[in-house]
Design a protein around this ligand. Sequence first.
Ligand code: GDP
Length: 444
Amino acid sequence: MAFEGLADRLQKTLQRVRGKGKVTEADVKEMMREVRLALLEADVNFKVVKDFVKRVSERAVGQEVLQSLTPGQHVVKVVQEELTALMGGEQSKIAVSNRPPTVIMMVGLQGAGKTTTTGKLANLLRKKYNRKPLLVAADIYRPAAIKQLQTLGKQLDMPVFSLGDQVSPVEIAKQAIQHAKDEHLDYVLIDTAGRLHIDEGLMEELEQIKELSKPDEIFLVVDAMTGQDAVNVAQSFNDQLGLTGAVLTKLDGDTRGGAALSIRAVTNTPIKFVGLGEKLDAFEPFHPERMASRILGMGDVLTLIEKAQETVDQEKAKELEQKLRNASFTLDDFLDQLSQVKKMGPLGDILKMMPGANKIKGLNDLQIDDKQIAHVEAIIQSMTKQEKIQPDIINSSRRKRIAKGSGRPVQEINRLLKQFEEMKKMMKMMGGAQKGKKKGFKFP
Ligand code: GDP
């Protein structure tokens, strides 16, 4: 996952001031040295780092912090706000043309993930906004590109417009837009050609497509793993073509996150979406504020809630919340919950969005596969009704019986019971935190 190193270092640095009732200039200086190093190590553009540190320092030794009741926490808040601002502040929306179709040009270097992203974006437009997109195969140079887009179209059950590789991309774009009008499709996503490097020919072709298709958005698809190179690519494309947004792909494999933190500041192009895997649904709108919170270990509860809302049965969720509140959560509920969570995606990724999750040791190596979940299911299903409600009664002979019934070793049963106990404890604590919420900005 992105930002691992940076998150770790920033959190450690901020930890030192977090609880402080007084933050001196020397504290800030020392802290800013660490922050600077952490950002540079994350491959953030050095000029961006310099400006960032300057802004945070000014605010952190200023009146704003001194007059605060909790200066330590206030400094953390300043860092969070400035990180958010660095990445563009508000989440930027995708354009909607009032004369449909809305045309989006997808541009980028070869291998950045342009074709895949075109499919992902079309998928999101349909799923989230109920739109009807047309995929346009305008990359006539890479032999497999047209085929790849057609395969994606089939997978998504979405129309793909192609005229083969003998017609110019400009002509393809023109006919595609007409086709979308005729068919009442409201988005046209043009998958343009990529090259290994930026070259004149490519830019000229893109300019011609732009001239003709008057796109509402020009999205640059860049590979986050290429770090500062991604920033340079964004700069060139923006200078020559004028971008309206960037899509950062492969953030799942980029542990440093430098590109995400620099692109907006260097090129003034907002990051609109991020790609987090090869699958078509591994794609999210980019929310600067939520990303900043994730980096600082405050979790990303909003994304978590959204994910849950998309997949989890709302009735059940309400019921569960009630049970958590009055601590009547049983192993049966646990099992139920497990299957709901399973639908939301890899458990490790989900847990990472929870505030304070970075403090749970070993989370990064956490691999929960379906087999393990099946084992847990087998264990819980081998318990009696009473045992599931009141696990305290599970003594050693009962444990042996459950082990036999589920075909799992006794140690595994012990471990599960212990985890369940811990979880209940945590929920009680979270219940307490809920009550204290009114006191103001709360950090984990
Ligand atoms: P194009 O040449 O820019 O059109 O690139 P492709 O769409 O063919 O993608 C190149 C490779 O990157 C493919 O193997 C994709 O599956 C992969 N890819 C694209 N986006 C992501 C992403 O967000 N995460 C990961 N891990 N792989 C990605």
